[in-house]
Design a binder for this molecule. Structure first.
Ligand code: UD2
Length: 367
């Protein structure tokens, strides 16, 4: 009888050990993300999982005090407990616009999100936003308005680092910035062709991310300087890869989109293809996604140039080709880049950011 008893005890002990191991495995933080996320997301997990602020410690879910339990992954949205806000509905809401793409990315319109809720969620993550803006040659005249209105509307209350790329650093205006916000000026050469200035942005943004940003920002937005903010642009715009629908074409059939139509170009989009026409003047997302986008568009632009081809709308054409294949995980409606010369359409309840009216002949180095 004795050996049988000890065998039973051993089996029971092994079973208990297995159950403990299973329990630990199930409760391991990030288990699902780490196993299933692609490499770029893994980088993000590590990078954004830095020590929490005192605010984070205080409101960590389930009152856990161990900072390793704070999940900062983009797709894990933790709201502070006891936050009061209007009850959401899945049967009432805007009916005049489409709020989701066929690949189930949200399309952001005024009235489709709760700004306070989103800000509360992202405050816990202690996020940092980088923004790039190019002001080469006479385009420095747009900087003051751009920077001043960004202070009033762009990620207010969050850590923001604006990078101004210019060939005229002395012309960058002094703009008073709130706590947690800063501006860096980077020198770039001028060019005799506006097409080159516009297109070179992809390469310089790629380099900025590689050289400087990895430990300083979580998200980046790349914006045209001849623009101004009028309304909130904030946490509702965050996503992996973020595209902005161009205000000029969103009611048109795709056959009218000004995609690059020559098959020889790497920016080519064939007839009957393409989802939306996206702006070159505003795009963004996580550092990893924007790095891949800018690197791909820059490489394709250079390879086209070697074969004597320049896409119809330079980097904007390459960006449109890229986003046809690599679907944005969030799409911003034309509220996020309107044009001042265009009367507001009824579905646009709020213009948040818009291109100012400009005299191309007076400000570009070539026509
Ligand atoms: C559209 C796009 C722009 C770009 C361009 C095609 C929008 C609203 N705008 O604008 O992003 O894709 O088509 O190339 O989607 N710049 C200078 N100095 C110059 C010329 C350009 O700094 O001499 C910079 C500046 O940041 C400017 C940007 O390049 O905002 C784009 O140039 P643009 O505004 O002249 O191009 P535009 O209006 O045709």
């Amino acid at each position: 009888m004795q050996p049988i008893n000890s065998k039973i005890v051993t089996v029971i002990l092994v079973l208990i050990l297995l159950m403990v191991l299973l329990y630990c495995y199930i409760n391991q933080p990030y288990r699902f993300s780490i196993i299933s996320a692609p490499l770029s997301e893994l980088n993000e997990i590590t990078k954004t999982n830095r020590s929490p602020s005192s605010e984070q410690k205080a409101i960590t879910p389930n009152n856990r005090s161990d900072p390793t339990h704070i999940v900062t992954h983009e797709f894990h949205l933790v709201a502070p407990d006891h936050l009061q806000y209007q009850q959401p509905s899945i049967v009432f809401g805007r009916t005049d616009v489409v709020m989701v793409t066929p690949w189930l990315a949200p399309v952001v319109w005024e009235g489709t999100f709760n700004p306070n809720l989103l800000d509360s969620i992202y405050k816990l993550k202690n996020i940092r936003i980088a923004a790039t803006v190019f002001a080469v040659g006479k385009y420095t005249i747009f900087l003051k308005n751009f920077l001043e209105t960004a202070e009033q509307h762009f990620f207010v209350g969050f850590q923001v680092h604006v990078y101004v790329f210019t060939d005229r650093p002395l012309d960058v205006p002094q703009v008073k910035m709130s706590a947690g916000r800063q501006l860096t000026v980077r020198s770039v050469p001028n060019s005799q062709r506006w097409q080159e200035i516009s297109a070179r942005r992809m390469e310089l943004i790629q380099k900025l991310i590689e050289d400087n940003l990895h430990s300083y920002a979580d998200y980046i937005f790349c914006l045209d300087v001849d623009s101004q903010f009028h309304g909130r642009w904030g946490t509702e715009s965050l996503g992996g890869l973020v595209g902005v629908i161009h205000p000029g074409y969103y009611r048109d059939d795709r056959s009218r989109f000004p995609y690059e139509r020559r098959p020889e170009s790497r920016a080519y989009v064939a007839p009957g293809e393409g989802d939306f026409y996206y702006c070159g003047g505003a795009f963004g997302g996580t550092l990893e996604e924007v790095h891949l986008l800018t690197k791909t568009c820059h490489t394709n632009f250079i390879d086209d140039a070697k074969e004597g081809i320049e896409a119809a709308w330079q980097e904007e054409s390459h960006l449109n080709r890229y986003m046809w294949i690599n679907k944005p995980s969030k799409v911003l409606s034309p509220e996020y880049l309107w044009q001042d010369f265009k009367p507001r359409n009824p579905e646009v309840h709020l213009v948040r950011f818009s291109g100012v009216i400009k005299n191309y002949a007076a400000i570009r180095p070539n026509v």
